[in-house]
Design a protein. Structure first.
Length: 278
């Protein structure tokens, strides 16, 4: 089972060109993934991607995949026009359950920030149900990230200690699947040396905890850089590693590959892939 995660910056490359077809082509060339997780997908924001519905375009570029787009931001202007911004997960594995978790946004008015979310899609992998959590945490506020991390860990603890399988789809109570096994991926906006990375990678909650998939596959090896390699204007302090894939402890022995594509400049971030043994 292969998953690729990428903050695509609404398809805007370091050359200033917005091209979602290029994004998908590079993603597929890097990994024929079963699941693609994209952050920063825009719909109807004129300054982002020309105002197009990027979720619809990405779905059309990946036929055969179930497209799941959910917004963190869904704003309605004075003319009744809806503007959306969020994450998108596309899966060719059967999708069993979808949830969209709006993450905490404390003291929102005190700092430049935006609403963040975690798109939670449960798929049927060969080894069982797998929760794929696609997220993008706040950039500007450390305290908001702290609150968002706590919520992500709460969600995993809840799932780990209350796992269930849907049985009958005739009514809501019996139509719910909650998987303990999980991949948490996306743009976390903290560095690998930051204490916030340890909050996730060294968490010790009841049940299954997350561990850094890179460290599982490459113990002792420094993380590959995932942002700022080519966009020196936005990342004036130099390249960094802010994008991660975390796997629950039960998946550690299944991790076969974790790689970062450091060659592409199709976004200001780099795509990451993980492969799990069936």
């Amino acid at each position: 089972m292969r998953l690729l995660t990428w903050n695509i910056q609404c398809g805007k490359g370091c050359d200033g060109v917005t091209d979602l077809a290029r994004i998908v082509s590079i993603a597929q060339e890097f990994s024929d993934a079963d699941v693609y997780c994209f952050q920063e997908v825009s719909d109807n924001f004129p300054n982002l991607g020309g105002g197009k519905d990027q979720s619809d375009e990405l779905a059309s570029l990946l036929p055969g995949y179930v497209p799941v787009f959910r917004p963190a931001i869904e704003a309605v202007d004075d003319f009744g026009t809806i503007h959306r911004f969020g994450n998108m997960t596309l899966s060719r594995l059967p999708v069993m359950q979808v949830a969209n978790h709006l993450l905490p946004w404390p003291e929102a008015a005190s700092v430049r920030s935006m609403r963040r979310h975690a798109l939670d899609v449960t798929v049927q992998a060969a080894f069982g149900p797998l929760r794929i959590v696609n997220t993008h945490l706040e950039y500007h506020s450390v305290s908001q990230r702290d609150a968002q991390i706590r919520r992500l860990l709460d969600l995993q603890e809840e799932a780990s200690n209350g796992a269930m399988m849907a049985k009958i789809y005739k009514e809501p109570y019996t139509a719910q699947t909650l998987a303990a096994s999980s991949l948490l991926c996306g743009d976390f906006n903290f560095d690998v040396s930051d204490r916030q990375h340890a909050l996730i990678a060294k968490s010790d909650r009841p049940g299954l905890n997350y561990r850094d998939a890179w460290s599982i596959r490459h113990p002792g090896k420094p993380h590959a850089l995932t942002c700022g390699l080519y966009d020196h204007e936005q990342w004036s302090e130099g390249p960094d590693c802010r994008d991660f894939i975390f796997a629950t402890e039960d998946l550690a022995e299944r991790v076969r590959r974790v790689d970062v594509n450091t060659a592409t400049a199709a976004s200001d971030h780099q795509p990451i892939v993980v492969e799990l043994a069936d």
